[in-house]
Write a protein that binds this ligand. Sequence first.
Ligand SMILES: [Zn+2]
Length: 135
Amino acid sequence: MRNAFPVVSRIVVELTFEDPESAAPAAQSHALYPPARAFFEFPCPYANCDGKFDLGTVAKRAISHSSSHATGTAECSGVRTRDGVTQRACGIRAVYTITAEYDAGPEAPAEPTAAGYLRRGAGTASGTRVKSTMK
Ligand SMILES: [Zn+2]
């Protein structure tokens, strides 16, 4: 049986936030240890927002490329409830840095891991929510 990321030992996702309207929430750092945590959905840091950042596509790209590094910006598409009543588009931006760390050794990735990742993702279509925080 193949793991989703056979040679990646650890994936570090760092998120900093930019809120055009107010002070941004604190930065986050997530360490993911494949294959158990091959998920890259991070809930919006605002508790009153239903949005999330899905970095699966970029993470997959970072992991399957030799650079093993990806940076970019994602915007929350969720809706935030403010003052208990007003619902507005969240619009917070997450600046992400994804770094894949490999086990030391001469072995390079034998083949792209995208298929394994997708299969894994498709298998989680139950209602269970996967937390990205560890420990
Ligand atoms: Zn949000």
